[in-house]
Write a protein that binds this ligand. Structure first.
Ligand SMILES: Cc1cc2nc3c(=O)[nH]c(=O)nc-3n(C[C@H](O)[C@H](O)[C@H](O)COP(=O)(O)O)c2cc1C
Length: 334
């Protein structure tokens, strides 16, 4: 494991060695084993609560993660939805998080307002993830512990404005005084160094991590990602205004056709976006069907590697980037 290179408000807030967060990956891609590997490598990871709707299975995941990290604390991703059934499940999940002493949550979807006070009372730190700085402002006003802003390049949900990570990384530190994490298209140490230089406190990676050995998804899919040049992503579900960046496979093409035809009823999309297809693809490695979150930063994955090896690569690259930067500076006093 590499020595710490950076001390930021996020490394201090979460008590982690490196300012590297690995975003939750659903439905159950980021499970206890993967999250433990991220935490043991010195970053912060998040088990996706929605992937384990059975409360006892969810609790078992949390306990397994605690065991695999020898007691180190870790995070959970909570999807915030306004639907009544989802709210009841969310409240149950928050109760379990409190009982199992989870350190922090990565919240995404809707506003964290409804769950903020119960998370706070339980001493759980809230990192709210948004796809544009304008939502980050509202989250910061609510008093979350940190804001994560992801740009248009991200695998998953880039929001409807399509603002690049480069613009978000420059804009967010000017607007947000809370500890700040930037994600979307990040997979190298030069990006880590640049993001910190632009004013953020940490990076968030998702797609780059899909080749991690510790993930249960089929090795054939990981090998496909290693071969990928990152150009196979597409944003679909625009007709539902649920913009989703995924692998451009047969399901994505069918959904894109519905978008182009002006469809806006979920029932027409359902056969192509069912979660069961996605899980099947991850299990079998046959990626033709299913909504497979995928961003262009997979281009930085050149091998199936352990999480720790990926972190080492990123940190070594950050060192090189900083040396290069120092070498570019003029001797004249600025
Ligand atoms: C396979 C996969 C599944 C994801 N699932 C979720 C999820 O369930 N909830 C969530 O908030 N974000 C999810 N994300 C988004 C990531 O947490 C993170 O925000 C994103 O991957 C960062 O952008 P990048 O992919 O360019 O690194 C997913 C991303 C990937 C690649």
């Amino acid at each position: 494991m590499r020595h710490p290179l950076f001390q930021t408000r996020i490394t201090e807030l979460l008590g982690i060695r490196h300012p590297i967060l690995c975003g939750g990956m659903g439905p159950s891609v980021s499970d206890a084993r993967y999250v433990a590997a991220v935490v043991n490598a010195g970053g912060m990871g998040f088990i996706v609560a929605a992937g384990f709707p059975d409360p006892e299975e969810f609790r078992a995941q949390l306990r397994q993660c605690r065991e695999l990290t020898s007691g180190k604390r870790f995070g959970v991703n909570l999807y915030l939805s306004g639907q009544a059934k989802a709210v009841a499940l969310l409240q149950e999940q928050v109760r379990i998080l409190a009982e199992e002493e989870v350190l922090c949550v990565e919240t995404s979807g809707g506003s964290p307002e409804a769950v903020l006070s119960s998370l706070r009372e339980a001493g759980i730190k809230v990192l709210h993830k948004v796809p544009a700085v304008r939502y980050a402002r509202s989250a910061a006003r609510l008093g979350v512990d940190a804001v994560i802003v992801v740009g248009n390049d991200c695998g998953g949900h880039p929001g409807t404005y399509g603002i690049s990570s480069m613009v978000q990384a420059a804009l967010a530190p000017r607007e947000i005084s809370a500890p700040l994490v930037i994600g979307g298209g990040i997979g190298t140490g030069s990006q880590l160094a640049a993001t910190l230089m632009m004013g953020a406190d940490a990076i968030l990676m998702g797609s780059r991590m899909l080749v991690s050995e510790e993930l249960w998804i089929h090795r054939d899919y990981k090998e496909q990602l290693v071969q990928s040049d990152g150009t196979q992503s597409v944003v679909v579900k625009t007709g539902l205004r649920q913009h989703h960046r995924v692998l451009n496979n047969d399901s994505a093409k069918a959904v894109a056709a519905l978008d182009a035809a002006g469809a806006s009823e979920f029932e027409r999309y359902r056969p192509h976006v069912m979660g069961a297809l996605t899980t099947q693809a991850y299990r079998t490695g046959d990626s033709r069907l299913g909504m497979l979150d995928y961003g262009p930063s997979v281009v930085f994955a050149n091998a199936v590697q352990t999480v720790e090896a990926i972190f080492d690569e990123v940190l070594d690259d950050a060192q090189r980037a900083m040396r290069r930067f120092e070498g570019l500076r003029c001797n004249a006093q600025l």
